[in-house]
Design a protein around this ligand. Structure first.
Ligand code: GTQ
Length: 345
């Protein structure tokens, strides 16, 4: 009986009737609170430029617009486990050194002449470069170029905070000293299968601090039409940790994919959540019946277990997508599942 006063008594005893919660606690399949969503570069870029004029980096430690999923506003996140933000830094600015247990990376969208110093190593930025800032590594940003520098920030803080493993610390000075050769991680490791023998892993992350767009483009060009690729994702490449052959960081996997002109992908669903940044081209991704139209530098989110398929709407030009996901977490916990699925529409 619903009006049984014993229910009220339970609340004061720190107890609850499982039979009233069962379906939510043990769903037949996952239903993400995140929704399919696209963030418009064309609309957000002017906002970034606005705040670059009105907010100094003394007032804000980082000048970043968070890309907040309408289904995940408190705490704000982009998908269940991951975050995306757009960061802008102006010529002459520096951003305070700090570190946190969250793993992070930057994917460069626009500008040149800036670098991030990561544990004493300056890592330079150019459009399309992927720069890793693994958990608990000191990092600060400096821009000495001539135009605004804009990049996509990615962090796993939604997951780290859910695990209650979040720690943060400011460096005692604004910038950390440079103690390693510039771009050492990418100069030593970013050459296919030739790995320095005198070094050993320093942690669970890839030692490559910067995966340059030049190398990524070279890989995509070299494959050219030698392979069909995946029916779901086209020519899709994983950025790998040379020590393991696995993902670049313990919680985040990164990919780049090329959808040929007219590509019309097969539908799929998997337990992993994904966030995409459009490198070039234009197309659409249909997610659970919702059509997300995208073009250059847009960001879009596919929640876990949502059904989706990618389409390159151009008949003449490639579309190239960068993406990241929580697949390393799902796989290491034995929770990865994937299957064909029809997103409808
Ligand atoms: O640049 O270090 O978007 O610490 C969020 C947290 C960027 C950064 C973000 C951060 C940073």
């Amino acid at each position: 009986m619903t009006d049984d006063p014993a229910y009220k008594a339970l609340e004061n005893l720190g107890a609850a009737p499982l039979w009233r919660f069962y379906g939510n606690l043990f769903p037949a399949e996952p239903k993400s609170r995140a929704v399919p969503y696209r963030w418009s570069w064309q609309n957000l870029r002017p906002q970034l430029l606005h705040f670059s004029q009105t907010l100094s980096l003394e007032e804000a430690e980082r000048r970043v617009l968070m890309l907040v999923n309408p289904g995940l506003t408190d705490p704000p996140a982009t998908v269940n486990t991951l975050y995306a933000g757009l960061q802008i830094i102006l010529p002459g600015e520096t951003a305070q050194a700090h570190r946190h247990t969250s793993n992070a990376f930057r994917f460069i969208l626009e500008g040149s002449g800036a670098w991030t110093t990561v544990n004493g190593e300056r890592v330079f930025m150019a459009p399309g470069d992927l720069l890793l800032t693994p958990g608990w590594h000191w990092h600060d940003h400096t821009h000495e170029g001539t135009d605004p520098m804009i990049w996509l920030d990615a962090l796993d803080y939604p997951l780290i905070n859910a695990l209650e493993a979040g720690f943060y610390e400011k460096y005692p000075q604004r910038l950390q000293p440079v103690t390693r050769p510039d771009d050492a991680g990418s100069r030593q490791f970013l050459h296919g299968r030739l790995t320095p023998t005198w070094l050993a892993p320093e942690g669970p992350n890839s030692p490559i601090t910067r995966y340059t767009w030049a190398e990524t483009q070279r890989a995509l060009d070299a494959i050219a039409d030698s392979a069909e690729g995946s029916a779901v994702d086209g020519i899709v490449l994983e950025y790998t940790n040379p020590w393991t052959g696995g993902p670049v960081m313990p919680t985040i996997g990164c990919r780049v994919q090329r959808l040929r002109p007219g590509f019309d992908g097969a539908g799929h669903q998997q337990t992993t959540s994904q966030i995409f940044s459009v490198v070039r081209g234009a197309g659409a991704t249909i997610v659970d019946g919702v059509r997300l139209d995208w073009s250059q530098h847009d960001t879009f989110a596919i929640p876990g277990w949502a059904s989706y398929r990618h389409v390159n709407t151009s008949g003449s030009d490639d579309a190239v997508l960068f993406s990241y996901n929580d697949e390393p977490v799902m796989r290491s916990l034995g929770l990865y599942r994937g299957q064909s699925a029809d997103p409808g529409a």
